[in-house]
Design a binder for this molecule. Structure first.
Ligand SMILES: Nc1ncnc2c1ncn2[C@@H]1O[C@H](COP(=O)(O)OP(=O)(O)OP(=O)(O)O)[C@@H](O)[C@H]1O
Ligand SMILES: [Mg+2]
Length: 155
């Protein structure tokens, strides 16, 4: 099941994030795709805010993985700088991905290789530089968990 949204402002983007935050349950995996600056980290920051995170989300570009205490425990990974599939092991990524209590957000999820979860919500952001706050968002639910009607998904 896949659904497309047009978002015209950061404000509308925030309403999208709020909607997603209301759907999330422990154990959910959210794969975030899109070019640099398309809004992946902004999305995680907004979701964390709606889930009453105790601290502000910043890009984990150097730490790669960051955990946040919120209404649901959140883990945010940015795998852009991951050197190889081998280095996934050193980061305990498998342990984070098998924790059923935590919601995990993954930027650059193609780097997960064989560790990619079977059930995931994939959100892809694209933008046209000419319209700076405009984003096209595609949402795809895969696996048992996301065998839900995304038509109910409205901004
Ligand atoms: N409608 C919008 N939705 C999301 N971000 C927007 C929007 N309009 C403008 N922005 C701005 O675009 C930038 C998005 O940057 P962000 O760090 O979220 O991107 P990213 O996809 O995580 O990039 P990277 O791959 O470098 O981590 C932010 O500065 C944000 O304020
Ligand atoms: Mg980012």
């Amino acid at each position: 099941m896949m659904k497309l949204f047009d978002v015209h402002s950061l404000d509308e983007f925030s309403r999208f994030s709020e909607w997603v935050s209301q759907q999330l349950r422990p154990g959910d995996r959210v794969l975030l795709s899109g070019d640099m600056g398309s809004g992946k980290t902004t999305f995680v920051a907004q979701v964390a805010k709606f889930l009453h995170s105790r601290s502000l989300v910043t890009s984990p570009t150097f730490t790669l993985i960051q955990r946040y205490e919120a209404d649901l425990p959140l883990v945010h990974m940015d795998l852009y700088r991951l050197e190889s599939e081998q280095s996934l092991l050193g980061l305990d990524i498998e342990a984070y991905l098998s924790d059923p209590r935590t919601v995990v957000f993954i930027e650059w999820p193609e780097r997960l290789g064989r560790l990619r979860p079977e059930d995931f919500l994939k959100i892809e952001f694209s933008y046209l530089p000419a319209f700076s706050e405009y984003r096209k968002i595609s949402v795809l639910g895969a696996g048992e968990r996301w065998n839900v009607n995304l038509e109910l998904f409205k901004i």
